[in-house]
Design a protein around this ligand. Structure first.
Ligand SMILES: Cc1cc2nc3c(=O)[nH]c(=O)nc-3n(C[C@H](O)[C@H](O)[C@H](O)COP(=O)(O)OP(=O)(O)OC[C@H]3O[C@@H](n4cnc5c(N)ncnc54)[C@H](O)[C@@H]3O)c2cc1C
Length: 502
């Protein structure tokens, strides 16, 4: 069958329970990747993508605040199979347009069902299948599907409820408080005094955009992050495009260039963290206004790479600081007043609008209630199999991309492995696969799925207690570096005894 011919896709039936070979949960970058791979590699499998929101794009549909953009380069954030033709760092809208092209070119739209929120998934060993409970967010209708395999592409945070800390006095503040995840389309900040609480990439990307129209924007951070200000388009891309090189080549060459750069960052962060820190600090200094207190506002408490390094294309955040349209206060919040925010030093920052760029509320598998043979699954007691499957959970894979490399690099690797697993099961005549702790692994050390020594972003640390664990050896680990996994995952032994087939 060619890509243009119709692949099996079932229509919802009103008379009974519909069955599909695979259910993909989520139509963000990962869910579209999964659908592409299924369509490409298994044209005979029926599948559907269930998406809670009313449109595709996941993160890029949820986050539509001014200036929203990637902070990874799009050559690696884009898929391996679809060349990126734009600037290295892209606006949210450009990413959505790219995803639309992927959906259209591969005829994926007809597989996606919007406003279908998966609420529960129950595995029956007897029936060898999942029963998936769905609520339609538009009509409230409840549906039920069965499937052989669940491919969870739900991302890592709650799309409807952001992480919103409460501070004393918030209720007496006369201005507007907004979370970037719930940006009101009609919010007019022209000529307004805006305070953005946060120091992550959301704060860094929105501040220059808002500063263009606001009277002034203050970035209020408790502690600083690491920044790096590369050009928004890689000079190699400019050269290759000027030479009229096919976009496929440019895509591949730029992917390799960026991956090499990130590998080098990862290597330096482990082998020479002090040198890397000095390099990052020194590269920022000339971009800042004369006499700027770099030690106070730009000296993080953690090692570089323990959190994502914030990319500021063309240094636009620094330009806003130089022009005086934005400034930084590094302090803790004491309370909100009627007219602004008071910080611990006693200073009061006047504000008409406060934007709480305070991050996400991490959710475990899209808040789907899992059961296996009627028993509720407590993920905190489970161990990850290579950051792709979970011990004791049959026929389920999940996508968790990289935090520091582009998410999609891992989504592509995971898709490859899941496809290889499907082929392997077909060759073995198996219908069920269960990650199972082998006798030799029984006494292994178990710890948080993400080692805080290695990666310590707030939303991960806040949620360790609700997440699954990892062991001290392969295949029971979740690796964070593409450099390792691009070698390991394609060769991972599917017959090492940790996957039990029947
Ligand atoms: C503003 C912002 C900028 C970012 N920039 C970058 C970047 O530059 N580089 C990078 O690598 N990463 C970045 N990230 C991380 C980003 O989340 C990932 O890159 C990627 O978009 C995740 O894609 P996903 O498809 O796995 O999950 P998501 O984008 O989170 O999409 C998951 C989808 O699943 C749906 N869903 C969830 N639960 C259910 C359910 N129970 N039933 C049905 N549907 C469900 C959601 O509605 C959502 O549409 C950024 C994140 C944010 C918030």
């Amino acid at each position: 069958m060619t890509m243009t011919e119709a692949a099996p896709v079932t229509e919802p039936r009103s008379d009974g329970v519909e069955h599909v070979d695979v259910v993909v949960v989520g139509a963000g970058v990962s869910g579209i990747d999964a659908a592409y791979h299924l369509r490409e590699r298994f044209p005979d499998k029926s599948f559907t993508v269930l998406e809670a929101q009313d449109n595709r794009g996941g993160t890029w549909w949820t986050h539509r605040y001014p200036g929203v953009r990637s902070d990874s380069d799009l050559f690696t954030y884009g898929y391996r199979f679809k060349p990126w033709r734009g600037p290295s760092i892209a606006a949210g809208e450009e990413i959505l347009a790219y995803l639309d092209e992927v959906v259209t070119e591969n005829d994926l739209e007809r597989y996606i069902r919007y406003q279908h929120r998966v609420t529960a998934a129950g595995w029956s060993t007897e029936d060898r299948r999942w029963t998936v409970e769905v609520t339609r967010d538009d009509t409230g209708e409840r549906l039920r599907l069965t499937t052989d395999f669940l491919w969870m592409c739900q991302g890592y945070y709650n799309h409807t409820k952001p992480f919103q800390p409460q501070w004393e006095g918030m209720d007496r503040f006369h201005g507007v408080v907004v979370h970037p995840q719930q940006w009101p389309e009609d919010l007019d900040y022209t000529g307004k005094r805006v305070v953005v609480i946060g120091s992550g990439s959301t704060a860094a990307t929105m501040i220059p955009a808002i500063a263009e129209k606001a009277e002034h924007v203050t970035m209020l951070q408790r502690s600083p992050g690491y920044f790096f200000a590369p050009p928004s388009t890689h000079e190699l891309a400019v050269t290759l495009r000027a030479l009229d090189i096919p976009e496929e080549w440019t895509h591949e060459i730029l992917r390799r260039a960026y991956i090499t750069q990130l590998d080098e960052l990862a290597r330096l962060s482990h082998e020479a963290p002090d040198d890397l820190r000095a390099f990052l600090m020194e590269s920022m200094r000339p971009l800042l206004p004369e006499g700027f207190d770099v030690e106070k506002h730009f000296t993080p408490k953690y090692r570089p790479w323990q959190q994502r390094i914030l990319f500021v294309p063309d240094g636009d955040l620094f330009a806003a600081l130089r022009e005086g349209t934005a400034s930084i206060v590094t302090d803790t919040i004491d309370s909100f007043t009627e007219t602004g925010i008071r910080v611990a030093s006693g200073e009061e920052i006047p504000a008409d609008i406060v934007i709480t760029a305070t991050g996400f509320d991490l959710s475990v598998f899209g808040d789907v209630a899992f059961t296996v043979d009627g028993e509720p699954v407590d993920f905190t007691e489970r161990i990850t199999w290579r950051g792709i499957m979970i011990s004791g959970i049959p026929n389920m894979a999940y996508v968790f991309g990289y935090f520091r490399y582009s998410w999609t690099l891992r989504a592509d690797l995971v898709s490859d492995l899941v496809c290889r697993l499907f082929e392997h099961m077909r060759d073995r005549g198996a219908t069920t696969v269960v990650p199972t702790i082998r006798p030799e692994d029984a006494g292994m050390q178990v710890g948080p799925w993400s080692d805080p020594e290695n990666f310590n972003a707030g939303y991960v640390l806040r949620s360790q207690h609700i997440l699954f664990k990892q062991g001290d050896r392969e295949p029971w680990t979740h690796m964070l570096e593409y450099e390792q996994e691009r070698e390991i995952l394609p060769k991972a032994d599917l017959d090492d005894g940790s996957l039990v087939y029947s």
